[in-house]
Design a protein around this ligand. Structure first.
Ligand code: URA
Length: 202
């Protein structure tokens, strides 16, 4: 366990714990403010993310940014975004259970340092790993679960919304519910759009 954010990120960027390190261009450790109260967790980097070293920068990422903007969230200031696995699975296949297992330590360490009040899982893979193994995204998206004082929910993956635009109203409703939850339990997220990353306001 690293207690320093920069050391954690540097070590993660050097990771060779699983085979994905052989085919990746970049480790995608995450983006945003590590002092955030709200953390988003996706599945794993795709092609654009692998090439640019940042999560959710492809078409799904553009939709995600729009939904975030609609509820005054922004990846560069008041949230943190990362994935279950930090390296791209070849041909965008689902990350294998053993790859998730070998990678999850990075996410645990990130979560331990960020200490988010809210965790939002983007899609089924993240929800099954973080909330419960039998999570049913169609039935249980938008519901809230509490574990050790942290509120967790899952939303449709933005790529799934792009594939089936009929999901847009439900996806948007989940973002509105997230805004309400932030207003209820978060102290800083909506107070300032650029709070310090030195930890002094938390
Ligand atoms: N899909 C994900 O789950 N994560 C990314 O970073 C990009 C696409």
């Amino acid at each position: 366990m690293y207690s320093n954010w920069e050391e954690l990120t540097a070590a993660c960027k050097d990771c060779q714990r699983c085979e994905l390190c052989k085919t990746r261009h970049n480790v995608v450790s995450g983006v945003g403010n590590p002092d955030s109260e709200v953390m988003f967790i996706g599945e794993g980097p795709g092609e654009n993310e692998d090439l640019q070293g940042e999560p959710f920068v492809g078409k799904a990422g553009i939709l995600l940014d729009k939904m975030l903007c609609a509820i005054d969230l922004d990846r560069s200031s008041n949230i943190y975004i990362t994935n279950i696995v930090k390296c791209r699975p070849p041909r965008n296949r689902d990350p294998k259970p053993e790859e998730q297992e070998l990678c999850i330590g990075w996410l645990r360490n990130q979560t331990a340092l960020i200490r988010p009040k809210i965790i939002v899982c983007l899609g089924r893979i993240a929800a099954c790993r973080i909330i419960k193994p039998d999570f049913k995204i169609t039935r249980e998206h938008g519901m809230w679960f509490e574990k050790n004082g942290v509120y967790m929910t899952a939303m449709f993956h933005p790529a799934a919304v792009l594939r089936d635009p009929r999901r847009k109203p439900e996806a948007f409703a989940d973002f509105l519910a997230l805004r309400a939850k932030i207003n209820e339990i978060c102290e800083y997220t909506y107070k300032s759009t650029a709070f310090s990353s030195t930890g002094e306001m938390k």
